[in-house]
Design a protein. Structure first.
Length: 192
């Protein structure tokens, strides 16, 4: 298995990069959202990778951080989710937003990826919710606290999308403040 690669960025286009490593050029599929984070052509690039071997082809998928790679691998474990759909979801949302949507059961957010309908999105939520819940998964991935999880749950119950919630909740919330105060502040931000 190829865990990661380090080389010189030779070329990039929407959806893939070419990384030159000691005279070998690797074609690596990447999320579209990663394009703005890439170094300039000719500079060194480091990518966490997921290598897929199929009868008809070998494919390498690259990510700037380990969390995106972890979510990609988890998505692939769901029956009906292929690399293109998983990469499409990571092109729209970051790994933390995807994890929050799965934990919250937000099927609408998950189904926004190309190739992921409501039925497959429901399967993603059903199969991954327990893997991303609790201290072993979701909190480690997102750096989220239990209080933040409670706020997210309350806001989802009020009908806000996980994307709206993600934009309203950020690290400058006073974690020492009572939960009700934190919720009030986030609701004010959402009301703007």
């Amino acid at each position: 298995m190829i865990f990661s690669i380090r080389g010189i960025l030779g070329y990039y286009e929407l959806g893939f990069v070419i990384v030159d490593i000691n005279g070998i050029s690797l074609h690596v599929f990447v999320p579209n959202s990663m394009m703005s984070k890439l170094p300039s052509v000719g500079e060194e690039v480091f990518l966490y990778t997921h290598f897929i071997v199929r009868q008809e082809e070998l494919s390498l998928y690259g990510f700037m951080n380990a969390q995106d790679k972890a979510i990609f691998s988890l998505l692939l474990s769901v029956n009906g989710v292929g690399p293109k759909s998983a990469l499409g979801l990571l092109s729209i949302f970051d790994s933390v937003s995807i994890a929050e949507a799965v934990v919250a059961g937000d099927i609408d957010t998950i189904s926004k990826a190309p190739g992921l309908g409501k039925k497959t999105a429901s399967r993603v939520v059903l199969e991954l919710q327990s893997k991303l819940s609790g201290s072993s998964g979701f909190e480690v991935l997102s750096g989220s606290t239990t209080e933040k999880n409670e706020i997210v749950g309350a806001l989802l119950a009020l009908g806000y999308s996980s994307m709206e919630i993600r934009q309203a909740i950020d690290d400058d919330l006073d974690s020492d403040a009572p939960l009700e105060e934190q919720l009030r502040i986030v609701l004010q931000r959402l009301g703007r």
